[in-house]
Design a protein. Sequence first.
Length: 301
Amino acid sequence: MSGDYEVIDPRFADYVLGNCRVERLFNGTLWAEGPCYFADGDYLVWSDIPNDRMLKWVPELGVTVYRHPANYTNGHTRDREGRLVSCEHGARRVTRTEWDGSITVLADAFEGKRLNSPNDVVVKSDGTVWFTDPPYGILSDYEGHKANPEYGGCYVFRRDPDGSLNVASDDFVKPNGLCFSPDESRLYIADTGASHDPNGPRHIRVFDVGADNALTGGAVFATCDAGLFDGFRCDTDGNVWSSAGDGVHCYTPDGTLLGKVLVPEAVANVVFGGAKRNRLFIAATTSLYAVFLNRTGAQWP
């Protein structure tokens, strides 16, 4: 096995392909985030937040600018119709890119007050859109526009298909990445409160999702031992592949750390892609990386 992996639990040896190295696909971003894979077009879109642009990688063709300016977009996903859903720091909103290229605003205010700076987003099979709203995009002019928070919290929101916006959870310091388990019975949410307070949270919590979409539980699922968790995705077995300061950490559904994919830069987010969904794309500070794994990503990012 190459030096690109750290095996902590012997089971991890079956998760990786020993002769597959971590490959750098692109270098030249200031803070790479929000990778989103389009299987129908075989390409990847991701954010370079401080440069206010979205980039597009196509196999054999390389990288082009997908959108600039991009309202300092951060996290992305696709809905069940394949449309791109994006978190925009700059405009402090969540949007959907329609098939004709037009932009639909899904959420930009809560109880008449502007959102902070939506960070990461997932779409459930029932059409609900779930996103986190920490203040990272308004703390300075580096990843958005410096401003004051308006509604006084950092919430996890759920937007229902009728357009209503509901608070899914309000007890996070700085909610960040989030991901459903493959059967959508669990929702994992990162808290990166330690980014500004060394004694703050640096963990992922896990919630049970009720039939009415109410969240219960919220116990700590895993605590990061290298930097902070940010974004993450599940494979079809329910394992969580999370970004961290030293690469990508892989956890079983019971929270056991199996091993790490080592990356020479702090990782912000990941997504499974490729023809067989067994290629993990890794957005890490200045670069986009990828590695083939012996696991398949859950169907929806």
